[in-house]
Write a protein that binds this ligand. Structure first.
Ligand code: ADP
Ligand code: MG
Length: 627
């Protein structure tokens, strides 16, 4: 039989290797920026078109390449940075595998211009899908310009796999910020579709962080500094009262390289012990210098994870230095998490109560009383089946018309309800000898500040208050955004809210939907927004929390598999505003909630497809007692 094994041609091997190095435009940005830093540039420009899908260009004023090197750099395992395997362990540069340029050239159209300082002329190379197209001498400034066009042009599957421009751009901005934050001694600029997004002059670490994350950041930072034999630690941590809901402002740099480390994160969190509200995330920007031979960066292809020789010692040093800084800068006294949030709002609003959804209720009728037989047979039983296998839950299974007819029927038959109520009353009053009429007609009970129980003809219904409220708010928000514009409450004193420029971009994208919901924005700049009106359901003190939650949810992809942007927003806001487990509800609130829930189109599941209520029939109860 003839032999069948063949060596893969280089361009195929490169294309395969590229899959590991280049996941998305942001990976190219990272590699090119790091090469420019390694080339000792003091000025680096990043130019993008269409979130890198059409163009990613990095221009540096670094050392440039010789004619030979400018060809060689596109070979796989071509690197000037290591000579032998051991060099990996004493690395002071960013690159080390010599794979980036070969990979990028395999899956894009690349144009490189480079010139070394001492040379008269530079060289201009065009390479497409690993094939050299042209190579000419050219008059150029010192340094290197690397333009990557049409990324993944020869791998359509990968190109189609790219996310929306917003998402890809966010990844790019993340990479850009990480490199820029690690190198304040380099002037970085970033342009997207012709407009300047960042211009970061040469400065120090603190100023660089402030330039990236807005002027307000400065007052939030507390310096951290510690020198030991195994670790030199510098940087800043955020005052606890400025902590956020998301982890967007947490950075570790080890030997000037951004890394992720759950272990070190834990050390920092331990230093904040007792200073943070549940789930709050402090900002930190920590620069660790360790002897290169004590780390191994090469355990992850994208090089953001790292292994330390002496993790335990680093943990201890980190925790104690951060704790020390927090203590020294006396941040503790300003911590007062129990303070009345009303104090944050102008005095005119102090006495204003938080508003619940205000749908009028006819307190004389019981949503469960009429047609309850129908209710449990058609819906209760059916839905409890679909709850038991929620993955089988399908929209079509919910007989929406029957819900609506149930609802309509209720309104028409208040007489019957009154009768049923009367029956109940008789029992209650004889048991408890109460003659307070209000007490007698009570039809909902809150248990464990978590569930609302209500008798229905066939037995009882148990409602999960949080999920039920999520459903109610979700449908309300969705209707407001898609069908009609919601009404707003004008604020006497507009709120100024601060976000990172990344978050601002995202908010700008959502602006229209948010306005339909009832938000009124007076201005949106790169780092702050002025809000002069809010949806009626959102109180002033909730505004920034709701937006913060929304950004976190979108960034973390919690609501990302939604059908549309409106749907994502409605889900996130419903989640963030719904009454939580552990909240006491007055009778009126309980009734409102129950009533509103069953006025929903899909009352039996939360927006996240979790059951909102269960029913228990008298037979079920009887069975329990017959044991
Ligand atoms: P690595 O960075 O791991 O060495 P790369 O494929 O990223 O691998 O780059 C290959 C080589 O090309 C580098 O080692 C460096 O010598 C050269 N090079 C790449 N980019 C630049 C640049 N912007 N300026 C000067 N030399 C560069
Ligand atoms: Mg490199």
């Amino acid at each position: 039989m003839s032999s069948i094994i063949q060596l893969l041609p280089d361009h195929v091997a490169n294309q395969i290797a590229a899959g590991e190095v280049v996941q998305r435009p942001a990976s190219v940005v990272k590699e090119l920026l790091e090469n420019a830093v390694d080339a000792k540039a003091t000025d680096i420009k990043l130019i993008l078109k269409d979130a890198g899908k059409s163009l990613i260009q990095v221009i540096d004023n670094g050392v440039g390449m010789s004619v030979t090197d400018s060809r060689l750099c596109f070979e796989r395992h071509a690197t000037s940075k290591i000579r032998q395997a051991e060099d990996l362990f004493s690395l002071h540069t960013k690159g080390f595998r010599g794979e980036a340029l070969a990979s990028i050239a395999a899956i894009a159209h690349v144009e490189m211009k480079t010139k070394q300082e001492q040379e008269e002329l530079g060289i201009h190379i065009i390479i497409e899908g690993s094939k050299f197209v042209s190579q000419d001498p050219a008059v150029l400034p010192k340094g290197t310009s690397f333009a990557v066009k049409n990324l993944f042009f020869n791998i359509p599957a990968r190109r189609n796999f790219l996310k929306s421009e917003t998402v890809e751009q966010r990844h790019i901005v993340d990479e850009f910020q990480r490199v820029a934050m690690a190198h304040p001694n380099i002037h970085f600029t970033m342009y997207h579709n012709g407009s300047e997004m960042f211009n970061l002059p040469i400065s120090n670490f603190r100023q660089r962080i402030v330039n990236i994350f807005s002027g307000k950041t400065n007052e939030k930072l507390v310096p951290v500094s510690e020198e030991t034999e195994i670790l030199n630690l510098q940087g800043f941590v955020g005052k606890p009262e400025f902590s956020k809901k998301n982890r967007g402002e947490q950075f570790f740099f080890v030997n000037n390289r951004f890394i992720k480390s759950g272990y070190l994160h834990h050390a920092v969190m331990a230093a904040y012990d007792g200073l943070l509200k549940d789930g709050a995330q402090p900002s930190y920007f920590l620069y660790l210098d360790v002897p290169p031979h004590t780390i191994d960066i090469n355990i992850h292809p994208t090089k953001t994870e790292i292994k330390f020789d002496d993790e335990h010692a680093l943990y201890a040093i980190l925790r104690s230095s951060v704790k020390h800084s927090l203590g020294q800068f006396n941040v503790a006294p300003v911590l007062d998490f129990d303070r009345d949030p009303n104090l944050d709002t102008p005095y005119q609003y102090q006495n204003k109560e938080a508003e619940y959804p205000t749908i009028q209720v006819d307190s004389n009728y019981n949503p469960f009383a009429d047609n309850s037989q129908n209710f449990s047979e058609q819906n209760g039983v059916k839905s409890s089946k679909s709850f038991s296998s929620s993955s089988n839950y399908r929209k079509s299974e919910i007989s929406q018309p029957s819900w609506e007819s149930l609802y309509v029927g209720l309104k028409q038959n208040t007489q019957e309800i009154a009768e049923m109520t009367f029956e109940n009353d008789a029992v209650t009053s004889s048991l408890f000898e109460e003659n307070d009429i209000e007490q007698e007609v009570k039809r909902t009970y809150q248990i464990h500040k978590k569930y609302i129980v209500s008798p229905i003809k066939s037995g009882m219904v148990i409602i999960n208050q949080k999920r039920a409220h999520e459903r109610v708010l979700y449908e309300e928000f969705l209707t407001n955004m898609t069908v009609k514009q919601a009404s707003s409450q004008r604020l006497l004193f507009p709120l100024e809210l601060y976000f990172s420029s990344n978050e601002m971009d995202l908010l700008r994208e959502l602006q229209l939907s948010l306005e339909n919901l009832g938000f009124i924005f007076d201005s949106i700049t790169d780092e702050s927004m002025v809000v002069s009106g809010l949806p009626i359901t959102i109180s002033e003190s909730q505004a920034s929390i709701v937006l913060d939650d929304l950004l976190t949810d979108l960034q973390d992809g919690i609501v990302s598999n939604s059908f549309s942007e409106n749907d994502s927003i409605a889900k996130s806001m419903a989640k963030s505003l719904a009454v939580k487990t552990g909240t006491y509800l007055t009778e009126k609130e309980q009734e409102n909630l129950v009533h509103n829930l069953f006025g929903c189109k899909e009352p039996n599941v939360s927006p996240f497809q979790k059951p909102t209520f269960i029913t228990m029939s008298v037979e079920d109860l009887d069975k329990k007692f017959s044991l």
